[in-house]
Ligand binder design. Structure first.
Ligand code: C2E
Ligand code: CA
Ligand code: CA
Ligand code: CA
Length: 276
């Protein structure tokens, strides 16, 4: 039994070593990709389901390696966060998205909104508000059409700092939405104090709409919650007409998902908008 324990212990450490080495390798590759401009931003339209019109888009980061492979964000964003690279990369995404927002407004899509993901490490960085202010000033993007997506789990850490930061963002004129809503555990009173502009129903809850067992009950509850708090609500990951219709029957009017459009390059987005 002893030798078995020892061997499983050493196996465990070797495994950990491999994992850490792999993460460090990916971190260097990500930094090189950022410096060599192999990261780019795609834009997924957000739709008013009543009219079918696009109301805005969410900026999503992409990494294409030199051999033409895409690394999924779910793999590299955690590494960017844990290494701190997300601060510079996130600022660059924000500036790119603000720049493209202004271009779209110039092309005549005048009420178009741009949603940008902001991770915990970025948001809690002491220079975050300054970098947001500079991004808005330098790009001359209309602040009231810029929407920062923070996750519900972030909404729970250090409530005082969070409330202050959100007030400052709103003072700059930008909007705030809570991403992946329903996956965390923020209390109702906390949510009310945060005074955010929008909730995003997590894809997992949209996905279960139509399942006999759940009847999409969580999505429905989130829509009702948003109505009673007077907060806008959008569903993400809408893939079927049935999901769209059910969401509309709940009173959710905004959606994002493959049913309407996949994330598009900026040129594809412009073309898509011109033909819709
Ligand atoms: P998220 O913020 O929840 O973004 C929505 C994800 O759902 C995107 O995945 C999008 O491509 C995907 N999606 C959209 N519609 C559908 C659909 O109908 N069906 C399915 N199955 N998926 C759909 P993506 O682009 O792979 O991004 C994954 C996550 O990576 C994002 O989740 C976000 O947390 C993070 N991320 C992406 N870009 C950035 C960024 O610039 N900054 C930060 N901090 N995080 C980012
Ligand atoms: Ca998001
Ligand atoms: Ca999500
Ligand atoms: Ca997410």
């Amino acid at each position: 039994a002893k030798s078995h324990q020892r061997s499983s212990f050493s196996y465990f450490t070797v495994d950990m070593g491999v994992e850490i080495r792999e993460r460090v390798r990916m971190m260097h590759a990500l930094r090189a990709a950022f410096e060599n401009e192999r990261l780019f931003v795609v834009y997924q339209p957000q739709i008013d389901m009543r009219t079918g019109n696009a109301i805005g888009a969410e900026a999503l980061l992409r990494w294409k390696t030199e051999d033409g492979q895409f690394v999924p964000p779910d793999q590299f964003i955690p590494i960017a966060e844990y290494s701190g690279l997300i601060v510079d990369i996130g600022e660059w995404v924000l500036r790119s998205a603000c720049f493209e927002l202004l271009e779209l407004h110039k092309l005549g899509f005048s009420d178009f909104k741009m949603a940008v993901n902001v991770s915990q490490a970025q948001f809690s960085h002491p220079l975050f508000l300054q970098s947001l202010e500079r991004a808005l000033q330098d790009t001359k993007a209309p602040a009231n059409c810029v929407e920062l997506e923070i996750t519900e789990s972030m909404a729970m850490t250090d409530p005082e700092l969070l409330i202050q930061t959100l007030q400052h963002i709103q003072h700059l004129g930008a909007q705030v939405s809570i991403d992946d809503f329903g996956t965390g555990f923020s209390s109702l009173s906390h949510l009310q104090k945060l005074n955010v502009d929008k909730l995003k129903i997590d894809r997992a809850f949209v996905n279960e709409i139509g399942d006999k067992s759940s009847e999409g009950s969580i999505a429905k509850m989130i829509v009702q919650l948003s109505q009673s708090l007077n907060i806008k609500v959008i569903a993400e990951g809408v893939e079927t007409q049935q999901q769209a219709e059910t969401l509309m029957s709940y009173g959710c009017h905004f959606a994002q998902g493959y049913l309407y459009a996949k994330p598009l390059t900026k040129l594809d987005l412009r073309n898509w908008l011109s033909s819709h």
